[in-house]
Design a protein around this ligand. Structure first.
Ligand code: KIV
Ligand code: ZN
Length: 389
């Protein structure tokens, strides 16, 4: 695959995803997830924040020692101690990367960091130079970039690149951007820095439900790495969902021209592994990996799918490792789906009996929320076939 046309997938399930309130993964769980991400051919796995706790240090070290094809990253503030910890945890990785960050928006610099812009620039210089003296891959993130002053942000990124950063990340830390605005913002930041020999990256949060849309907009503007998480986990409303961005790029190749190279057939399995280990259920209506993502209930839809799946499915369930399309029988279902179900159960009914069975079935739908195939089987055997022919 031509590198120009590849979007690098940076998975941060094990770092930003784990920052979701209520999630706490142990070392073994993190390792299991990391190995599945590697099998799926994720380009970068952010394994954790080594300076955050000794448990996270050990987890990052363990993943760094066992993952061999994906790049393994560890997060660090620009502080020397954090970078040192990240280095120690990552140093045996086949392809290690230190990911260092500092906030650049006026509100974060004044109230959180209590630093002047000059002091922040100095931190960037020292942090990135130190990280780069330790390893050849260094990502620098300007936290809250989307609310930063553009000229200052460009200066920060130029400084990071001069000090050796190989990836420059533009986070929409609080999920405040909207797609049109973010596309222009990213385009202008890249142009203002004049830097081309780095990988431009974005990291979008989902506070307004726009993380995937903003990531796609950023790709149009020149970003070539997207940071994301399985099931969209992460701080507050979460991050860009990996399965959604990957399938959006694949399904709308006509609009994006870029490939991720991921083995998308593994998406469902990885999503359910992460769901089990985090205890965060996947909502049934979740795009791509929700239980209903390929389920059809309304009669008109079921008829369409029975004639040609593409009437109501824009992806093949097999391409994301889903069990397949499902026609769910309910009060909105029509005769076509009902007939198919009856035939699948091994019955062959005359038109009259089928109409009679359909009426009984609709009646049952008003009394029972979920109709199983056993219900239909019993209904046909006891009430249709048992009566006069
Ligand atoms: O949301 C954010 O800005 C982050 C950075 C550390 C990349 O998670
Ligand atoms: Zn984040």
């Amino acid at each position: 695959m031509n590198v120009q046309e590849q979007i690098r997938i940076f998975d941060t399930t094990l770092r930003d995803g784990e920052q979701a309130a209520g999630i706490n993964l142990n070392k073994d769980e993190k390792l299991q997830i990391a190995l599945q991400l590697e099998k799926m051919r994720v380009h970068v796995i952010e394994a954790g924040f080594p300076a955050a706790s000794s448990g996270d240090f050990e987890a990052v070290k363990c993943i760094a020692n066992q993952v061999s094809t994906s790049i393994v990253a560890g997060l660090a503030r620009t502080k020397r101690e954090d970078i040192g910890e990240a280095y120690e945890a990552l140093k045996n990785a086949a392809r290690p990367m230190i990911h260092t960050f500092i906030a650049t928006s006026p509100i974060h610099m004044e109230y959180k960091l209590r630093m002047t812009p000059e002091e922040v620039l100095n931190e960037v210089r020292q942090g990135v130079s130190y990280a780069r003296s330790l390893m050849e891959r260094v990502e620098f993130s300007a936290e809250d970039a989307s609310r930063s002053e553009p000229a200052f942000l460009a200066e920060v990124f130029r400084t990071a690149a001069e000090c050796g950063a190989t990836t420059l990340n533009i986070p929409d830390t609080v999920g405040y951007a909207e797609p049109g605005e973010f596309e222009t913002f990213v385009k202008n930041v890249i142009a203002a820095t004049g830097i081309q020999n780095v990988i431009w990256s974005v990291h979008c949060h989902n506070d307004l439900g726009l993380a995937v849309a903003n990531s796609l907009a950023a790709i149009k503007a020149g970003a070539r790495q997207v940071e994301c998480t399985i099931n969209g986990l992460g701080e507050r409303a979460g991050n860009t969902s990996l399965e959604e961005i990957v399938m959006a790029l694949r399904t709308r190749k006509d609009r994006f021209r870029y490939e991720t190279g991921l083995d998308t057939k593994r998406l469902w399995a990885v999503s359910s592994l992460v769901s089990r280990m985090t205890g965060f259920a996947v909502p049934p209506n979740k795009a791509v990996v929700g239980a209903n993502a390929f389920a059809h209930e309304a009669g008109i839809h079921q008829h369409g799918v029975l004639c040609n799946k593409a009437t109501y499915e824009i992806m093949n369930p097999e391409d994301v490792g889903a069990p397949g399309s499902r026609l769910v029988l309910g009060k909105h279902s029509g005769k076509h789906a009902f007939k198919k179900q009856v035939e699948d159960l091994g019955f062959s009914l005359s038109e009259d009996r089928l109409t009679e069975a359909m009426a009984l079935f609709k009646h049952l739908c008003d009394r029972k929320e979920i109709i199983t195939s056993e219900d239909i089987e019993a209904m046909i055997t006891n009430e249709i076939l048992a009566g006069p022919a």
